[in-house]
Design a protein around this ligand. Structure first.
Ligand SMILES: Cc1cc2nc3c(=O)[nH]c(=O)nc-3n(C[C@H](O)[C@H](O)[C@H](O)COP(=O)(O)O)c2cc1C
Length: 171
């Protein structure tokens, strides 16, 4: 397998379109794990190229991120296996070993693998993490996304990841 280095901003449109359908957020603490994310953005802060993700407190991903302070984003280019999407977007790393469902690819700079089946890869190191303050979120958003007592009642933490490498995995 080879890696073709890219200027990640040349792929901004591809990444934006993919986020709307779901990209993968990989972590590698106790073990490799990955979850589907539908919120996130490529951008700039403090003159650095960054990728921001939002992770609910309840995710297995959360303590992994807090411990390792790094993550890797995997973006599909073309069709994807619906089974990977189902498992990674609905089951927890506490209950399943998601590494069994994909082909892991050694990272280049951080310590969190990419995924061959989702070839556009963005390695990140966490610069900053911020818990959401629910008091500052509009009520209509709270009603939709943060219903107390429901499975999805907990808030998100935003993680700003500095992009340390970006490439496309090739055969
Ligand atoms: C399309 C889609 C988008 C999602 N986006 C997010 C997200 O941005 N943040 C989040 O915390 N969970 C999101 N989820 C939910 C997680 O993918 C899901 O709860 C996953 O099973 C968590 O895995 P984990 O417990 O192994 O970390 C999304 C799920 C789907 C299907």
């Amino acid at each position: 397998m080879t890696k073709e280095k890219i200027n990640v901003f040349d792929y901004a449109e591809t990444i934006d379109k993919a986020i709307k359908k779901g990209v993968l957020l990989n972590t590698n603490g106790e073990k490799f794990n990955s979850m589907v994310i539908g919120w996130g953005h490529l951008g700039i802060i403090w003159s650095m190229e960054t990728f921001v993700v939002y992770v609910r407190q309840s995710r297995y991903t959360k303590p992994q991120l807090d411990r390792t302070k790094e993550f890797t984003i995997s973006v599909p280019l073309g069709e994807t296996d619906p089974e990977i999407f189902r498992v990674f977007g609905s089951l927890s790393g506490r209950d399943v070993n998601k590494a069994d469902y994909v082909t892991l690819v050694e990272p280049s700079v951080n310590h969190t693998p990419g995924i061959k089946e989702y070839p556009l890869t963005i390695e990140c190191e966490v610069l900053y993490a911020q818990d959401q303050d629910l008091d500052k979120i509009p009520e209509e958003v709270i009603k939709h996304y943060y219903i107390k007592g429901s499975d999805e009642g907990d808030f998100h933490t935003a993680y700003i990841g500095k992009i340390v490498d970006a490439y496309i995995i090739k055969d």
